[in-house]
Design a protein around this ligand. Sequence first.
Ligand code: FES
Length: 127
Amino acid sequence: MNRRNFFELGVFGVLLSFVFFWRKLTFLNTTLLYSRSQKLLYNKNKIVAFFDDFIIVNKDGEPKVFNAHCTHLGCSINKMENGVLVCPCHGSHFNLEGEPIKGPAYKSLEQVDTELSADEKYIQITT
Ligand code: FES
């Protein structure tokens, strides 16, 4: 190995480390964002409602709330096509249980603990 190859290998290693730590920091920031308490407006007539950080799915009259950030690289999922949640970045599909049905994401959306208000107008995020 000559000096040039050694230098190129070093630069590649530094770039790889940067990408690794960037993803760790990004994940940490988004995790901290979710740890706040939040009230979401709930409409029991809508099957799916999208918010900045959350998705309410009301499939069988039993609302579930998912973290809206895709488990692939964290893009915000904000649309439903043909009954599935679609990530706008790389096209992962999730069913209404939050399970991946088309990659590149392979992990389920995180389900969030919630509490429905007595008048059923709000959902309190309890994380
Ligand atoms: S971030 Fe959702 S598929 Fe890549």
